[in-house]
Ligand binder design. Structure first.
Ligand code: PMP
Ligand code: GLU
Length: 397
């Protein structure tokens, strides 16, 4: 069978693949600890489930408008006004099957063969493949741990070419947990405006921020910036709804219309009753969120303290999201039973095989010498998992 060039080039999402592998091992009775996929360990709040159950029972089980039901779009408009100080019309909103699907539709709507998208590395695993599937080129710009893994305005300016269509800003970030201040966003936005490129702002972790950090939506900086920004968000992380598959975009009307046309020829609407659940999530009580964030912050403190207690490991302390990205470069080039561990993929395999701990190698996020650990898991499990990692790393020679 001859597959398309795209199908031959595309790799499975490593975050999902590693998590599937850990689950399969667990099903075989193997005691695996998974720091794999980033997903909350909490259940979806009851009032959200109730809204979806009610919708099902009332027969809300048919096609809906392609881009989402008006009720949900209005809830999104209200949320963006209430929490981000942004004014959008309903026609500027698209609801898709998760934030990932929003990004896919967006890439299909703005990119032509040969176009470039600037992506600061470390980046979320799916950005470059989504760009590639649209026939365009992902231009990754390295950032450094010392500078908090942030893209500077100068680095952005230098990477822009006549083919640049967009830059992706993910704040708070997966996998590093870095987040941009208002001033940093202003500097980046100024460059984007000057060079006439879109800003793709992935704000899916906006609510998961620590130590009083205040998330700023780049679109809220000015009307001009808003016009070139596509804001991407969703309910997966904030409301523990990863399996519901509801994400949304807010942006220029013409672009949202184009993305909606693309969606109409691929998935059609996102699941009808999941949209009702998402509406309840956005309009209902937000009271559970601070306690959830406080709990994540406790786990962040625990995991940061534990990983940095391993000799030779440093770790940027996340400001948001629920990942740590420790630098394990000191352990590359070491040996286990005479086999040299050359890179982060081999190190991740070694940890899974020898101490049954699943982590995602840094290389999947565009940098070598790091591992990503997702920490929405219980503190006991975090402790045991990092203890095993420490044991495995110190066994290398
Ligand atoms: N953006 C980032 C940075 C993410 O980590 C995720 C997590 N999967 C997504 C977007 C998309 O999430 P979802 O498709 O579940 O909305
Ligand atoms: N975003 C999460 C992660 O990075 C979920 C898996 C995925 O969609 O990549 O682990």
């Amino acid at each position: 069978m001859k597959l398309s060039r795209r199908a031959q080039e595309i790799k499975p999402s490593s975050t999902l693949a590693i998590t599937a592998k850990a689950k399969a091992m667990r099903a075989q009775g193997i005691d695996v600890i998974s720091f794999g996929a980033g997903e909350p360990d909490l259940d979806t709040p009851q009032h959200i489930k109730d809204a979806a159950i009610k919708a099902l029972q009332e027969g809300f089980t048919k096609y809906t408008p392609v881009g989402g039901i008006d009720e949900l779009k209005e809830a999104i408009v209200e949320k963006l006004k209430r929490e981000n100080g942004l004014n959008y019309q309903r026609e500027q909103i698209l609801v898709s099957c998760g934030g990932k699907h929003v990004l896919y539709n967006l890439a299909q709507a703005i990119l032509d063969e040969g176009d470039e998208v600037i992506i600061p590395a470390p980046y979320w695993v799916s950005y470059p493949p989504i760009v590639m599937l649209a026939g365009a080129k992902a231009v990754t710009i390295p950032t450094s741990e010392e500078e908090g893994f942030k893209l500077s305005a100068e680095a952005l300016k230098e990477a822009i070419t006549p083919k640049t269509k967009a830059v992706i800003i993910n704040s708070p970030s997966n996998p590093t947990g870095t987040a941009y201040t208002r001033q940093e966003l202003e500097e980046l936005a100024e460059v984007a405006l000057r060079h006439n490129i879109y800003i793709i702002s992935d704000e899916i972790y906006e609510k998961i921020v620590y130590d009083g950090f205040k998330h700023v939506s780049i679109a809220s900086l000015s009307e001009e910036v808003k016009e070139v920004t596509i804001l991407v968000n969703g309910v997966s992380k904030t409301y523990s709804m990863t399996g519901w598959r509801i994400g949304y975009a807010a942006g220029p009307r013409e672009l949202i219309e184009a993305m909606t046309r693309i969606q109409s020829q691929s998935t059609s609407n996102p699941t009808s009753f999941a949209q009702k659940g998402a509406t309840a999530a956005l309009l209902g009580s937000q009271e559970g969120i601070p306690a959830m964030v406080q709990e994540y912050q406790r786990r962040r403190d625990l995991i940061c303290e534990m990983v940095t207690s391993i000799e030779g490991v440093s770790c940027y302390k996340p400001v948001g999201a629920f990942y740590v990205f420790p630098n394990v470069g000191a352990y590359l080039g070491k040996n286990f039973k005479g086999n040299r561990i050359e890179n982060s993929s081999q190190l991740a395999s070694y940890l899974l095989d020898e101490v049954r701990v699943a982590v995602v190698p840094g290389v999947d996020f565009g940098v070598e010498g790091y591992l990503r650990l997702s920490y929405p898991i219980s503190p006991d499990v975090i402790q045991e998992g990092v203890r095993r990692i420490k044991e495995a790393l110190t066994a290398l020679d």
